[in-house]
Design a protein around this ligand. Structure first.
Ligand SMILES: *Cc1c(COP(=O)(O)O)cnc(C)c1O
Length: 411
């Protein structure tokens, strides 16, 4: 697959870069819509979408134009001043989501850190938890980012090995998925709640853990548990949010609303990094001047692009497309009916195909799909995650389904 030109770039990355990733041997230099091209001009369908950051498609012309216009006008100021795009963005995001307040950061992990700070302050100053005693309950299999605080409460050894000591104040409960029933999970969360608990922080569907979809009704029961115990429910929808599951937010499938919501990835319209923590005033008002911040957080360029990207979710019918094509895609993958496939699950255009380990490993399958022109990424050795841009056409999706079927049948 890789040629001498590609080898040259691969060599540069491995020579001069840290080795914290192990990319497939393909060197990309162009993207448009659902497609990516390598330096040799080979075309691929993107089924990874930068882990759901590319919902709008690569280089959306409207967003390219927005970047250009805003970059020409004003890109960065410090937060020592007000700016036009920031106010517009805050108004737009609160209008679309129904939350009262927003705090913007750049990466997902920073927004999670912001949520942790907000939950703790609410715990101390509203709930009355004694100083430095606040606890946040998280789930096993969680992925919330890579800061030292966050990896400290990960259950993934490779994320944390050698990076300690870690922060106190996090306790782990059992997530609900095929290996843990809703009853068992709820009991586990309930058993971890005490007078020092300020929040439960979870993903409504666990992406990095392999698209773990909880039983229907579980999230509602977690919501009730929080209500009954005066505990905040904070959902990390960095990957699941903004249409990925076929609704604006994954929590809408359960008709609940979290007290705090964390967004990132697709918020930047596949152009720029921008993330946000959203909540009620009651929670957000615990931040005062000087208590938190970020040099680039809320900058004019990123917020202008994010405002436009939010509107495009509706103008381009991305949420609806995710719901309709996601169901179609799932039914097609299920109908492949082959012994190497153990399970197909997910919501919207966010599907996990779990493989029988004894038949094939997920990385090898990704390499076979690469040869057919499909860019895919495995997660946890046995699962391939399919997450094309939400703007993908049915025609392109059918093409992908044919390739996937062909590769699986050939094994
Ligand atoms: C990607 C992701 C993060 C971290 O976002 P970064 O921008 O990589 O820091 C946090 N939570 C979830 C659920 C994610 O998918």
């Amino acid at each position: 697959m890789s040629t001498s030109l590609q080898d040259e770039y691969i060599k540069k990355e491995s020579l001069y870069g840290a080795k914290n990733y192990a990319p497939l041997s393909v060197v990309l230099n162009k993207g448009e819509g659902a497609y990516l091209w390598d330096v040799e001009g080979n075309k691929y369908l993107d089924m990874v979408s930068a882990y759901s950051a590319v919902s709008h498609g690569h280089s959306h012309p409207e967003l390219v134009k927005t970047v250009q216009d805003q970059a020409n006008k004003l890109a960065i100021t410090s937060r020592a001043f007000y700016t036009e795009p920031f106010g517009d963005f805050l108004e737009e995001l609160t209008k679309v989501t129904g939350y009262e307040n927003v705090l913007t950061m750049n990466t997902g992990a920073e927004a999670v850190e912001t949520a942790i700070k907000a939950a703790r302050r609410w715990g101390y100053f509203t709930k009355g938890i004694k100083e430095d005693k606040a606890e946040i309950i998280v789930a096993d299999g969680n992925f919330h980012g890579r800061t030292t605080t966050i990896v400290g409460f990960s259950s993934e050894e490779s994320y944390k090995n050698g990076f300690g000591p870690f922060s106190d104040g996090f306790v782990e409960a059992k997530y609900c998925w095929s290996e843990c029933s809703a009853d068992e999970s709820i009991k586990s969360f309930e058993s971890k709640i005490n007078k020092n608990t300020c929040a439960i922080l979870i993903e409504p569907i666990q992406g990095e853990a392999g698209i773990r979809v909880p039983e229907d009704g579980w999230l509602k029961r977690i919501r009730d548990l929080c209500d009954d115990n005066n505990v905040l429910l904070i959902l990390d929808e960095i990957q699941s949010g903004l249409g990925r599951t076929g609704k604006l937010f994954a929590y809408e499938h359960e008709n609940i609303r979290p007290d705090g919501l964390i967004l990132g990835k697709a918020l930047g319209g596949a152009m720029l990094p921008i993330s946000a923590f959203l909540s009620s005033k009651e929670v957000m008002d615990h931040f005062n001047a000087g208590s938190h911040g970020s040099t680039f957080g809320g900058n004019p360029l990123a917020t202008r692009v994010a405002s436009r990207a939010l509107k495009l979710l509706y103008e381009d019918n991305l949420i609806e497309n995710s719901a309709i094509l996601g169901e179609y895609f799932k039914s097609k993958l299920k109908s492949i009916d082959n012994k190497i496939i153990k399970d197909v699950r997910g919501k919207g255009l966010w599907l996990g195909m779990e493989l029988n380990e004894s038949e094939v490993n997920a990385k090898d399958l990704c390499l076979m799909l690469l040869n057919e022109g499909l860019l895919c990424k495995e997660t946890h050795k046995t699962v391939i995650r399919f997450a094309p841009p939400l703007m993908i056409s049915k025609e392109d999706l059918d093409w992908a389904i044919n390739k996937i079927t062909k590769v699986i049948r050939a094994i």
